[in-house]
Design a protein around this ligand. Structure first.
Ligand SMILES: Nc1nc2c([nH]c(=O)n2[C@@H]2O[C@H](COP(=O)(O)OP(=O)(O)OP(=O)(O)O)[C@@H](O)[C@H]2O)c(=O)[nH]1
Length: 334
């Protein structure tokens, strides 16, 4: 296992920060977690929970972050002069199934302040946008009504029930399973009413995109950043055509804004198009191929960029509308 994964930067929301867990957090975390009312809701934690066990767990989590297997964060409340530790939240990856398993807890005195739901929202959208996963899975004991409410509030959908051993309770406990998919996170959008979807024709959205292919036959993909709909999916650089703009002018503008390259119209060759029905609009998207541009592409909008060769293309989760492009592009790149 490689040890070269960079620790994530702290994630913030309101006056809270999620900071990758450190050994120095152990004493504060121990005073909060070694509490029957907290521990009884966590399947893997015994009671009493010794500081030695917690120290070992933190060491393991730090190593797992370096290995890129899991990401555990200490939750700080920054509204005090010296930030106060209030709990912990983390996600463990199962990249084979493109799944992350999330868990969280707060010290009892910090319950009922919306901290858990905001932290869960923050970590879930960060994880789907930045890690190699497509779904997040969570488990809650059936008598943990507060946690079930938090999961539902954050868009997690119930998908089944089971039994799991809870160490502190020393029993098999009934649990409910929840799943969050990327589609469940729609920044800034309210759910679309069913009758609206069924009766009204959908608005056609004209978007232009470019398949930029370099001299080595590699294709440039961009990853939708956190905060956008479908964050974490890969797409072709481009964007919406504005009123009174030609598709080519829109693409030249978008390529400059998004990745700081200069392209001339004569270097944009129409290749194919997508006509795809999304839940709330119908996408019409011409795709141009481009082999020549000025400047080295650089991410200007907080997106990740990747140069991908023909064999690697299938490993990238592209937007639904873009899927039919992949075999055509492979033929072109081969
Ligand atoms: N640029 C681009 N957009 C795509 C691709 N595939 C695809 O479905 N789309 C959709 O087309 C729309 C593109 O709009 P956009 O890039 O201007 O806007 P956005 O949703 O990213 O956010 P924005 O309006 O804040 O800029 C998005 O809804 C995006 O999901 C693609 O390969 N490239």
């Amino acid at each position: 296992m490689s040890n070269n994964h960079k620790l994530p930067a702290p994630l913030t929301f309101d006056h809270y920060t999620l900071r990758p867990i450190e050994q120095t957090d152990a004493s504060s975390l121990h005073s909060l977690i070694n509490d029957w009312n907290v521990v009884r809701m966590l399947s893997q934690v015994p009671f009493p929970y010794s500081k030695t066990l917690l120290d070992q767990w933190i060491n393991t989590m730090i190593q797992e972050m370096k290995d890129g297997i899991s990401y555990h964060f200490t939750i700080f409340d920054r509204s005090f002069e010296k930030p106060v530790i209030v709990g912990c939240i983390g996600i463990r990856l199962n990249t084979k199934d493109q799944l992350g398993k999330i868990g969280y807890w707060l010290g009892q005195k910090y319950w009922g302040k919306q901290i858990a739901s905001r932290a869960l929202q923050r970590l879930s959208s960060w994880a789907l946008a930045n890690l190699n996963i497509n779904y997040i899975h969570a488990t809650a004991a059936d008598d943990n009504l507060a946690s079930i409410a938090v999961l539902k509030k954050c868009g997690y959908q119930p998908f089944g029930q089971g039994k799991e051993k809870f160490l502190a309770r020393a029993v098999e406990q009934s649990v409910s399973y929840f799943l969050l998919q990327r589609e469940d996170i729609c920044p800034g959008k309210s759910p679309i009413p069913m009758n609206n979807t069924l009766l009204k024709p959908k608005k056609i959205l004209l978007v232009v995109a470019a398949a930029l292919i370099d001299i080595d036959g590699q294709l440039l993909l961009a990853r939708r950043p956190e905060g956008k709909s479908m964050a974490g999916m890969w797409e072709f650089p481009g964007g919406k055509v504005e009123p009174n703009e030609t598709p080519e002018a829109a693409l030249i503008r978008e390529l400059k804004e998004e990745i700081n390259i200069d392209v001339s119209q004569s270097c944009l060759a129409p290749f194919t198009f997508a006509s795809h029905e999304y839940a709330d609009f119908h996408l019409l998207m011409p795709l141009y191929v481009c082999h020549k541009w000025k400047n080295v592409p650089e991410p200007k909008e907080n997106q990740q960029l990747a140069w991908v060769n023909c064999e690697e293309l299938d490993h990238y989760l592209v937007m639904e509308a873009d899927k039919p492009f992949i075999p055509l592009l492979k033929d072109l790149m081969f």
